[in-house]
Write a protein that binds this ligand. Structure first.
Ligand code: ADP
Ligand code: MG
Length: 806
């Protein structure tokens, strides 16, 4: 019976599967037959496209009924198997333009989990990758493919195990390369479709070596789709991807504007120190709106966020930048998506592709690097079919030149002016906050330096000129009364004056390269996270070898000397920050075959070589004698020998051994200290007890060592003469006695712990102190006696005494 059921089940299953497969085959054949007949212009709804029922249902369930222009064209050509260069305005629906073909192509190829990675989507930022992944999950939920999100900052081990089961992989470049390099389960040899979203960004200098390495690992006979609002047409880029004749799909090429029509754009020109006040006033005037504010660097975002939170504008504030922890980034991203009255401060990390719903305003507080950056930043609003929004660009007088470039690129932007009466700069409050809060002050200093660095590194020197900035005014506007030192600039200027003009030109090339790196690192460069360190190193190596030629007359820019040690440009250290150098340094650089990345150990070695003496802190007693720091005295023979040898460099093994030896002595010293503390504590307790008992004595029972200083009292011996009054207990202040008492060394103290302390009387006796030397008790008795008499009795007593005297 049991067997029978099993058989039936088997048969049923077999039959069902066969039937399904047959149906599917037929459907696939039908769909594929339609592909060549698609005329994009005739398509009205998604149903007019030859799409599988699963995809159509996924689209319908998410209210995607009418395809946008880019979707019509890109889906049509992609289904026909063409490589695509897709260019369409921000918010025009490019995501579905590549997700739908991915689902369809894999569906028609009857892709299963066992077939491995069939489609790869690369995004320049984690947030964008996450967004694409979410859209794919929604639209592709009726398909049987498995999708995976592979981004930095996530659990690498977890990702590793799952890698072999993923069919559609959404990833960022750094993490993908890491899997390619390290994960034996990663196999993309059957890849069918490669998609680069924000393709121009993926292919730019920041990702160049990573992307080259990735592309090398991919099978060449794949279909490639590139999408961006600012598409690359560079032959070099296309060649890198082995794209010889891609179909250029640009439905908005003839449009009057390159930005969405429903996006209102304006700009203001202001002085650098007015920016904070204008931003503050803007936020205060738009409390019921969703605002996205772009700034040049992470440190500026962090400072403005910290500061404004303290100033309490009356609206939720958020900050999103690359150096934040991944979990936080995700939380902030989701929060900004969800909320409607909120201000998000962000770096260009948020400028590409992110589809935050219902953003009312995009403020560009710092001038964008170029027109493309402007388009992407502004494009975070006015998205989708009905989206509306406004953009405001803040420009310094010198930066106004960028407006010509914007208008030449068909961006309709108008100048507006700010009503000064409506600008309320909370200058005093900011200064007060900073004077009260060193941490905030430091953040402000870092923001200041990082902004100047970002301007310094900009390629377009016509627009961005750090020399023209009123840095003092800028510092003041941030609440810094004393402007921080701008060492990198002084250093640059020093080198610059000794340079020839043609060398400066050469330098510009490198600064350009560097800028790309800075922007990448500051915003979203995946590989900068610790987990991706290895990739980083590879990236570094490739970059080093690539930039050898241009490096001839350049040195590594030493940001270690800068005020802000771990500023946004920290990663610049990793990516060869080069500026001009003196001929001497030039020689050095030439002689180096391959520049190594600077490690901490290398820096330490450098310092050792230079024989830089580190300052030491010496403590003094009140008398001005130096107090030896016993912690710094080495005790072990090994350590002494180690110091005497004074070998250059760092022998970590030896140092460890020495530390272990020294540790033994440290433990002994520590034990002694603890013991001494316990003894002191016990002694104090005992004294306290005695004090409580000792109300009988007037002076309590404190020992000399910790009793009150009574040295100012006259010598009782001299005052009262010697007598043998046995009531007296203690003379507190005979110098010889004190020294005796003080010589109560550890031994006597230890004994104290075992036995009761001798009574004060015994002490006094044993020290040979004449007992009559303390008379106050006697005096007190007399005083007491007279005090208890009545006036008459006192008079009588006085008379008697007088009589006796006479
Ligand atoms: P892009 O990548 O071009 O900047 P997105 O793909 O992020 O644009 O899409 C922008 C917005 O438009 C998203 O919110 C998306 O849900 C919406 N959208 C895309 N396609 C359609 C469509 N066919 N119908 C309605 N809304 C759409
Ligand atoms: Mg997009």
């Amino acid at each position: 019976m049991k067997e029978n059921t099993k058989d039936v089940k088997k048969i049923k299953l077999y039959k069902g599967k066969k039937k399904k497969t047959a149906e599917e085959d037929a459907a696939i054949q039908y769909l594929q037959a339609q592909y060549e007949k698609i005329v994009p212009d005739e398509i009205k709804t998604f149903k007019d496209l030859p799409l599988s029922q699963k995809t159509l249902k996924g689209l319908k369930d998410n209210n995607y009924n009418v395809p946008t222009e880019i979707q019509k064209q890109a889906i049509a050509y992609a289904l026909q198997g063409k490589d695509i260069l897709g260019a369409a305005k921000t918010g025009s629906g490019k995501t579905l333009a590549f997700l739908v073909p991915i689902l369809e192509i894999l569906f028609c190829k009857k892709w299963t989990r066992l077939d491995g990675v069939g489609a790869l989507v690369i995004s320049p930022t984690r947030e964008l990758a996450y967004q694409i992944y979410e859209t794919l999950r929604k639209v592709g939920r009726f398909h049987d493919f498995s999708a995976g999100l592979i981004i930095g900052g996530q659990n690498l081990k977890f990702e590793r195990k799952r890698m072999d089961q993923i069919n559609i992989l959404i990833c960022t470049p750094g993490r993908l390369l890491q899997h390619m390099d390290e994960n034996p389960l990663f196999d993309c040899s059957h890849l069918q479709i490669l998609v680069l979203d924000e393709a121009d960004r993926c292919l730019d200098m920041g990702f160049e070596p990573t992307m080259n390495a990735i592309i090398e690992n991919l099978p060449p006979e794949r279909q490639t789709l590139l999408f961006s609002a600012t598409q690359t047409k560079s032959v070099k880029d296309l060649a890198r991807l082995s794209l010889s004749f891609p179909t250029y799909v640009a439905p908005h090429e003839q449009a009057a504007t390159v930005t969405p029509e429903s996006l209102q754009q304006s700009y203001i020109v202001c002085e650098i120190d007015e920016k904070i006040g204008i931003l503050w006033s803007f936020i205060k005037n738009h409390l019921k709106q969703k605002v996205l504010v772009f700034m040049a660097t992470c440190k500026q975002v962090k400072y403005t966020y910290d500061l404004f939170c303290k100033l309490r504008p009356g609206v939720s504030l958020l900050a999103l930048y690359g150096t934040l922890h991944q979990e936080k980034r995700e939380k902030i991203y989701n929060e900004f998506c969800r909320k409607s009255n909120v201000v998000l401060f962000a770096t260009d990390l948020a400028s590409r592709g992110l589809d935050f719903p219902r953003v009312n305003w995009v403020i560009q507080m710092d001038c964008p690097e170029d027109v493309d950056t402007y388009i992407h930043r502004a494009g975070r609003t006015a998205r989708g079919i009905f989206g509306k929004g406004e953009g405001l660009l803040m420009l310094l007088p010198n930066e106004e030149k960028i407006v010509d470039d914007l208008q030449n690129r068909k961006i309709p932007i108008n100048k507006i002016s700010v009503d000064p009466s409506k600008v309320i700069a909370p200058q005093r409050k900011i200064e007060a906050l900073l004077s009260d809060n060193t941490e905030l002050k430091q953040t402000a200093q870092r923001a200041f330096v990082s902004y100047l660095k970002s301007i310094f590194l900009m390629k377009n020197k016509d627009i961005f000129n750090v020399q023209l900035l009123d840095t003092d005014a800028y510092a003041r506007s941030l609440g810094l009364i004393v402007p921080p030192r701008i060492r990198f600039l002084y250093k640059y200027q020093k080198n610059h004056t000794s340079k020839q003009p043609e060398e400066t030109e050469n330098n510009n090339d490198v600064v350009e390269k560097l800028k790309a790196n800075v922007i990448n690192n500051d915003t979203a460069f995946e590989e900068s996270e610790s987990e991706d360190q290895k990739v980083d190193d590879q990236v570094q190596e490739t970059k080093n070898s690539k930039s050898q030629k241009s490096k001839k007359d350049l040195i590594k820019f030493d940001f270690h000397n800068d005020d802000s040690d771990e500023d946004d440009f920290l990663q610049v250290k990793k990516t060869d920050v080069d500026v001009e150098t003196s001929p001497l340094q030039e020689e050095k650089t030439k002689s180096k075959k391959k520049a190594k990345p600077i490690t901490k150990a290398a820096v330490a070695k450098k310092i050792l070589k230079r024989k830089i003496k580190v300052n030491t802190k010496v403590k003094f007693t009140e008398e001005g004698e130096a107090i030896a720091d016993e912690k710094k005295d080495v005790k072990s023979e090994l350590a002494k020998q180690f110091i005497n040898e004074n070998v250059g460099g760092i022998d970590i093994e030896k140092a460890k051994e020495v530390l272990r030896e020294e540790d033994k002595y440290d433990k002994i010293r520590f034990r002694e200290k603890v013991k001494a503390k316990h003894r002191e504590h016990k002694r104090k307790l005992k004294n306290k007890k005695k004090e409580e008992e000792g109300d009988k004595d007037d002076f309590g029972s404190q020992s000399e060592s910790d009793g009150p200083d009574l040295s100012w009292l006259p010598d009782p011996d001299k005052v009262y003469g010697k007598n043998n009054n046995s009531d007296v207990e203690l003379d507190s202040n005979d110098d010889s006695n004190r020294s005796n008492t003080q010589s109560d060394d550890e031994h006597s103290e230890e004994e104290d712990e075992k036995y009761h302390r001798p009574t004060k009387r015994k002490l006094v006796e044993s020290r040979g102190i004449p007992q009559e030397s303390v008379a106050p008790r006697k005096m007190k008795k007399v005083q007491d006696l007279s005090a208890s008499l009545s006036v008459q009795e006192a008079e009588a007593l006085a008379m008697q005494l007088l009589r006796n005297k006479s």
